[in-house]
Design a protein around this ligand. Structure first.
Ligand SMILES: *[C@@H]1O[C@H](CO)[C@@H](O)[C@H](O)[C@H]1NC(C)=O
Ligand SMILES: *[C@@H]1O[C@H](CO)[C@@H](O)[C@H](O)[C@H]1NC(C)=O
Ligand SMILES: *[C@@H]1O[C@H](CO)[C@@H](O)[C@H](O)[C@H]1NC(C)=O
Ligand SMILES: *[C@@H]1O[C@H](CO)[C@@H](O)[C@H](O)[C@H]1NC(C)=O
Ligand SMILES: *[C@@H]1O[C@H](CO)[C@@H](O)[C@H](O)[C@H]1NC(C)=O
Ligand SMILES: *[C@@H]1O[C@H](CO)[C@@H](O)[C@H](O)[C@H]1NC(C)=O
Ligand SMILES: *[C@@H]1O[C@H](CO)[C@@H](O)[C@H](O)[C@H]1NC(C)=O
Ligand SMILES: *[C@@H]1O[C@H](CO)[C@@H](O)[C@H](O)[C@H]1NC(C)=O
Ligand SMILES: *[C@@H]1O[C@H](CO)[C@@H](O)[C@H](O)[C@H]1NC(C)=O
Ligand SMILES: *[C@@H]1O[C@H](CO)[C@@H](O)[C@H](O)[C@H]1NC(C)=O
Ligand SMILES: *[C@@H]1O[C@H](CO)[C@@H](O)[C@H](O)[C@H]1NC(C)=O
Ligand SMILES: *[C@@H]1O[C@H](CO)[C@@H](O)[C@H](O)[C@H]1NC(C)=O
Length: 847
């Protein structure tokens, strides 16, 4: 034994020193420190009463073996035979198989288990893990492993059941392998127009999903390609389903509504009218064909009449008639039809003060409640617009009383920094799930609507848009994986505490070291307020470029187009008037008690002020007495300032976690520090320019520690006016005159001699790698490449703008007044070595 513990301790040292890619996520089963491991004697026998090797109970047995061996270092055997109940072992089984093996009297203490529920009992010699079904037994095995992997050996005996039956993830994978809003590389499911042959990553993903009790996956983009229904596609769906069945995960697909006339091998109808019998027969055949291959197929997800997608409205049929057509085809097989509520007109006219995209979901669906078949679930994005940094809950949740409802959450950070800015999402999700809509003046938490409890529905739950990719890190960022983990935990129990969940995840993913726990907790819990501060405040939405990448700042893109994500900002005022009395009427879509709060500016919370009201920039906030515009300025400075601390706080963890994940995370946090300043300056300059109202603290437009690139002596560089103007310091940058020859920018240091951090603002565009060398008196300070696109994975930009603007910092440089500062920029591809400024930052200064 001693030898094994020592080996364990040695392994633990090795694992700290060696690289970890992130592929194992929170299922690392890292050896516990010997002092902790010694406190528990884990059984070395696992009895898995599986009925086949695709039974998740079999998977549970394998997982327990792997986990215990990893955590404790000993050898564990797995048996499928009955053992005496008194021998030290772990028994994992469905309750049914257990009773068959040992008799019902041995299960007298187990409470009644509902769908997917399990019983975990570690009080006796034998650890009992009993599931209501196979997947539930697997959930129980993962629960047990999670406890011991965290060094928690307390004796427990409890049953736990899910709050909601639907706990699905949605992948937005296209058949060519590209992922819409995916920031961690290409698809693990598709490549080159079809489903991959090698599905190992799908299997690994299934394991992660089962450990957080996800029970369904939609494998392709909601903007769906009909060719998936071809025989080759159906076979592929079958292979994915086979790969995930041992994890208890059912497979479903997104459909293109026009498939019957989409020129498939057999899709040659002249119509896709959902009431046409030929069309109905066509879908029935497709559905039957899929179920022949995949008897436990989960169902379909449909995005219809949204953002250019076809749908029933094309034929003057209602959305319910469209949904029910699929529901009828699925019904005999027990399948579910998830119908997205994201239906809106993207050509509305801003000159109409009453036009409002936020009204669309309720306008389209309110009168259809009660008309949908009972296996239809309406899948509703959490807010009325689109995954913004701050939204009120969708009022549609209050209108689906006779219809199953699911909430759509986004784990992939589409509008929220695309995994390049830290954003721990559960606090945002809680702001929606815990919201009380007060239907009929009674408690109506959003979480109780989607669980089915509030309106007594049998179907409902959670759909999380995940978009993991082939990158070893899955999501591109190690820290973003806490969001996937927490999604599963909250879909099971929406009352789960954000911090507790995060700390479990941290212990499993990194370490139980208190400094690691504290740092990751603090950064994660600060991440939402920080990001909100330097992007869009007071409910104005994420002020990103909605017409291009959804990544960097471009507030002007919100307005003067048909998309309806308007701010209605002009020289004097800003915000959407969504009142009933004078505006779009949106506030009236909530039940009366809530409507009343939002209708009245004096009761609307400040963080949603501009969501509901159009006000002057000089309007004072209830919370602080500041004007709206001064709040914008102050919040942007405070948010960017806090983001500067993330990287330096992370640096305290050097040596406490493995180098690779430490480095990769530090790289992202440093990037965020630079990009948060891009955001801060862009938004502040934009509203300063629009309103003409000065910042009381005189910071906006003032950069005392910067030397603008356009003021350097330029050789082989030209001055360039950047658009949008506010994404360059002083609105201007420089680019090389030729796309092959290096340019040189030279100046002298005007600041007093001393030690500085030198920050260089530049642009890093997609499809080109420039090289820059910075020197002082011809001594090289540093050089860098414009190759962030290889590492960051966010939606790239081909222009000099707020997405490509970034900066690099060199620390603790000794500088003499009058030193020659030189940057030599060598263009690469379409990237003309663009430069914005060089800042000399004394300690503690952020400029
Ligand atoms: C993609 O598929 C086509 C035909 O379906 C095939 O000709 C081509 O070689 C494939 N490309 C790759 C990279 O696999
Ligand atoms: C659908 O996928 C096929 C390959 O299976 C591809 O040829 C076609 O371009 C795709 N259509 C769209 C609209 O992406
Ligand atoms: C569609 O194709 C099938 C099989 O090739 C054929 O029997 C049918 O007539 C075609 N229908 C139309 C509308 O072209
Ligand atoms: C139904 O669709 C079929 C095939 O596209 C078409 O021939 C037929 O006219 C349609 N029926 C009606 C009533 O529109
Ligand atoms: C039924 O659907 C399958 C694909 O799902 C297709 O291969 C087959 O040709 C279809 N049969 C008819 C009669 O349309
Ligand atoms: C749908 O209905 C509108 C008004 O009732 C009518 O003008 C239009 O022609 C109809 N469209 C179709 C495709 O039937
Ligand atoms: C929007 O409405 C205004 C006023 O009715 C009209 O002048 C303008 O052309 C419309 N714009 C668009 C893009 O339809
Ligand atoms: C809930 O719905 C079920 C049918 O699904 C019904 O039997 C039961 O009475 C309903 N309960 C309440 C409180 O309405
Ligand atoms: C009422 O709406 C009009 C536009 O119809 C707008 O100009 C005005 O500012 C609004 N009044 C208030 C008090 O919000
Ligand atoms: C808002 O500003 C406009 C233009 O300066 C002014 O006419 C109006 O009185 C202001 N409204 C409020 C409520 O302060
Ligand atoms: C981490 O970064 C340091 C310093 O940049 C470097 O020396 C080390 O090799 C890196 N380690 C890994 C595993 O990437
Ligand atoms: C992919 O993973 C590697 C190593 O884990 C990382 O350095 C890189 O940034 C990731 N790339 C993307 C696009 O996320």
């Amino acid at each position: 034994m001693t030898v094994i513990w020592q080996l364990g301790a040695l392994l633990s040292l090795l694992s700290l020193a060696s690289a970890e890619t992130g592929h194992a996520a929170w299922l690392r089963y890292a050896p516990l420190p010997a002092s902790v491991a010694r406190q528990y004697s884990a059984p070395s026998t696992v009895v898995a009463l599986n009925i086949s090797e695709v039974d998740p109970v079999y998977t549970a047995g394998q997982e327990l073996q792997k986990g215990i061996q990893g955590i404790f270092g000993g050898k564990v055997t797995v048996a499928n035979t009955n053992i005496s109940l008194s021998s030290p072992a772990i028994i994992v089984s469905t309750l049914g198989q257990y009773v068959k093996a040992y008799g019902s009297e041995t299960a007298g203490h187990v409470p009644e288990l509902t769908d997917d529920a399990f019983w975990l009992d570690t009080t006796g010699d034998t650890v009992q893990i009993l599931g209501q079904n196979g997947r539930a037994a697997l959930y129980g095995a993962f629960e047990y492993l999670s406890l011991i992997a965290q060094g928690n050996f307390s004796k427990v005996a409890y049953a736990t059941a899910p709050d909601a039956p639907i706990r699905w993830v949605n992948q937005w994978d296209n058949m060519d392998g590209h992922i819409e809003r995916g920031y961690g590389g290409d698809s693990i499911v598709f490549s080159n127009g079809t489903i991959k042959n090698d599905l190992q990553r799908v299997i690994d993903y299934g394991r992660l999903l089962a450990s957080i009790r996800i029970n369904g996956i939609i494998i392709n983009n909601v903007n769906a390609n009909a060719t998936l229904l071809n025989p080759k596609g159906v076979d592929g769906i079958g292979r994915v389903a086979d790969a995930l069945r041992p994890y208890g995960i059912q497979v479903g697909i997104s459909l293109n509504f026009a498939s019957p006339s989409a020129n498939l091998v057999y899709g040659n109808l002249t119509t896709f009218d959902p009431l046409n019998q030929t069309v109905i027969d066509w879908w029935t055949n497709v559905t039957d064909t899929i179920y022949d291959r995949v008897p436990d197929f989960a169902g379909y997800l449909v995005k219809a009449n949204s953002e250019g997608q076809p749908g029933p409205l094309t034929y003057n049929r209602t959305l319910a008639e469209g949904a029910n057509m699929f529901a009828s085809a699925l019904k005999p097989h027990g399948g579910i039809l998830m119908f997205r509520a994201f239906v809106y007109d993207n050509h509305i006219n801003e000159t109409n003060w009453k036009a409002d995209r936020a009204n669309a979901a309720v306008d389209f669906f309110r009168d259809l409640d009660g008309v949908f078949d009972d296996n239809v679930v309406v899948q509703v994005k959490y807010g009325p617009i689109d995954f913004q940094v701050r939204e009120p809950p969708s009022p549609l949740f209050a209108h689906l009383r006779q219809t199953g409802a699911a909430i759509e959450l986004q784990i992939t950070q589409e509008y929220l920094g695309q995994q390049c800015h830290l954003f721990y999402l559960p606090p945002l999700w809680h702001s929606i799930l815990d919201f009380d809509l007060r239907s009929d003046n009674k408690s109506t938490l959003v979480s109780d609507v989607v669980s089915g409890k509030r309106f007594n529905r049998t179907l409902g739950g959670y759909a999380g848009v995940v978009n993991v990719g082939v990158n070893d890190t899955w999501l591109g960022s190690h820290l973003s994986m806490s969001n996937l983990y927490a999604f599963g935990r909250l879909a099971w129990d929406p009352h789960g505490d954000s911090e507790t969940i995060l700390q479990d995840w941290t212990r499993l993913t990194f370490s139980s070291d208190p400094a690691v726990i504290e740092t990751i907790t603090d950064l994660s819990l600060e991440s939402w307020p920080t990001y909100e501060s330097y992007t869009g405040n007071l409910g104005i939405q994420t002020l990103t470029d909605i017409l291009y990448t959804h990544f960097g700042p471009n507030p002007a893109s919100q307005d003067n187009n048909g998309w309806g994500q308007w701010t209605r900002a002009d020289a004097d005022s800003i915000g959407m008037d969504r009142t009933v009395s004078n505006g779009t009427g949106f506030s009236g879509q909530y039940p009366p008690e809530v409507a009343e709060v939002f209708e009245d500016i004096s009761t609307t919370p400040d963080n949603l002020l501009l969501w509901f009201h159009h006000v002057n920039y000089t309007t004072k906030l209830k919370s602080s007495g500041k004007t709206v515009i001064q709040h914008f300025y102050d919040a942007h400075y405070a948010g960017a300032e806090n983001a500067q601390t993330f990287a330096t706080r992370w640096e305290r963890l050097k040596g406490k976690i493995d180098d690779q994940r430490y480095n990769e995370t530090l790289f992202r946090l440093r990037y965020q520090a630079g990009h948060s300043i891009v955001w801060r300056d862009a938004i502040n300059e934009f509203y300063h320019n629009m309103s003409g109202i000065a910042d009381e603290a005189k910071r906006v437009g003032s950069h005392p520690w910067r030397i603008e690139a356009e003021s350097f002596d330029l050789d082989g560089y030209d001055v360039y006016q950047v658009h949008p103007f506010h994404t360059a310091s002083n609105f201007t940058g420089i680019v090389t005159s030729s796309n092959t020859t290096a340019g040189t920018a030279t100046t002298t240091v005007p600041f007093e001699s001393g030690t500085y951090d030198i920050a260089v603002g530049y642009w890093d565009m997609f499809n080109g790698t420039s090289k820059w060398v910075l020197s002082l008196n011809n001594k090289t300070i540093g050089s860098w490449l414009g190759d962030n696109e290889k590492y960051l994975g966010h939606e790239p930009s081909r222009y000099l703008d707020g997405h490509s603007a970034t900066r690099v910092t060199f620390h603790n440089i000794t500088v003499e007044k009058g030193d020659t500062v030189k940057i030599v920029g060598t263009p690469g591809g379409i990237e003309p070595a663009p430069l914005d400024y060089v800042a000399f930052l004394p300690e503690g200064v952020i400029d």
